[in-house]
Design a protein around this ligand. Structure first.
Ligand code: UT7
Length: 329
């Protein structure tokens, strides 16, 4: 009995915001953004698109590729830090959009590593509940919690969604060779959306302070991110009984090219084995890894049997890594 990835797909909104567009909005430069982050452009949701809309489009594509109808799903999990509402869950809205009902639905909030967390949570739920098919989506509209007057943060983030269908069956070898998840709440204040939750409900004062938007101590986040990525990757490799040389691909969370480079160097992995698309999408948080995997799959870069390390970190702090045997042809 094992769980495999049956299909993968992604969706990003059409609207593109380039670094040159940002130069018109805040005191920044294309050169600064490119050299400090690796980002050239990012996709932004249209005014009438919310996280559930991006997630639904990615889900429809993944279902089509799996040749499944939404009614065949047993579970819907959406990893997101930017849900449409606190409740109902974005997963319930995706279920409604897909025109189905009855499945277990919930959102998974673990910030940027949300998709890595959600894979394990879905996997555990499938085993506990004897489920056959699950939809797991990483989806974000970070543009809605970004302060577009704050150059320290607004150059970094983008919107998008990536979806996988997981299948559990008796004649399948498990695709998951290892996983490691971690967190440290003592670092919670380094990256936070302070307002509009139960701590500081929406009020004129909250809006005055712009506390509905995310705030970040970038340099501190950077330092912990590098450590979290490196530690997670090494532990997941060790748990899988593999060396870095045994990997075909590393797919890191796309937050900053310098964080990706530092992780790559620590693992001793050649550049060609690390997938990077931050230049075109920016940081899409929980969507970043499934978007990258979907793109790689479409470009024929991932082949059945490839050993792929996923590794991420984010607000919380949370971090995690998993080693997969790729199962989509
Ligand atoms: O998924 C998790 C989410 N977050 C992250 O992964 C973010 C991790 N952190 C980072 O990626 C980096 O810390 C940043 C890209 C956010 C910033 O890069 P940095 O090399 O750490 O720059 P810094 O914050 O140390 O700032 C250096 C200078 C400062 O000016 P002064 O004080 O040296 O005069 C900033 O004010 O760069 C300035 N600066 C900018 N200049 C032009 C900060 N943002 C900008 C900007 N354009 N957008």
């Amino acid at each position: 009995m094992g769980i495999r990835i049956r299909s993968i797909a992604h969706y990003v909104p059409d609207r593109i915001l380039t670094n040159h567009d940002l130069e018109q909005m805040v005191d920044t430069s294309d050169e600064w953004i490119r050299t400090r982050t690796g980002i050239r452009e990012r996709h932004l949701a249209a005014p009438d698109q919310a996280t559930s809309d991006l997630a639904t489009e990615a889900a429809r594509r993944a279902l089509e590729r799996a040749n499944l109808s939404a009614d065949e799903l047993d579970l819907i999990v959406i990893a997101t830090a930017t849900p449409d509402h606190f409740f109902p869950s974005t997963a319930c809205l995706v279920q409604r959009n897909l025109g189905t009902r009855g499945q277990a639905c919930f959102d998974m909030e673990a910030a940027c590593p949300g998709f890595v967390y959600a894979l394990q949570v879905a996997r555990g739920t499938m085993m506990a509940m004897d489920y056959r098919y699950s939809l797991v989506v990483g989806a974000e509209t970070l543009s809605r919690v970004t302060d577009w007057t704050d150059r320290n943060t607004c150059v970094l983030f983008g919107d998008g969604a990536g979806a996988v269908i997981l299948e559990r069956s008796s004649d399948t070898e498990d695709a998951f060779l290892s996983a490691f998840l971690g967190g440290d709440g003592s670092l919670a204040d380094l990256l936070v959306q302070p307002g509009c939750g139960s701590r500081n409900p929406a009020s004129p004062e909250v809006l005055e302070r712009k506390d509905q938007f995310l705030k970040m101590k970038g340099r501190d986040v950077f330092k912990h991110a590098v450590l979290g990525m490196q530690e997670s990757a090494l532990i997941a490799l060790e748990k899988a009984g593999l060396r870095a040389d045994d990997l075909d691909w590393v797919v890191p969370h796309q937050a900053n090219i310098r964080i990706i480079e530092a992780t790559r160097e620590r693992l001793g992995i050649p550049k060609e084995k690390v997938y990077v698309n931050i230049d075109r999408y920016g940081n899409t948080s929980a969507a970043s890894i499934p978007i990258a995997l979907s793109e790689m799959s479409s470009r024929g870069l991932l082949q059945k049997g490839h050993r792929v390390l996923l590794v991420a970190f984010g607000a919380g702090f949370t971090w995690g890594a998993t080693v997969l045997r790729w199962t989509v042809s």
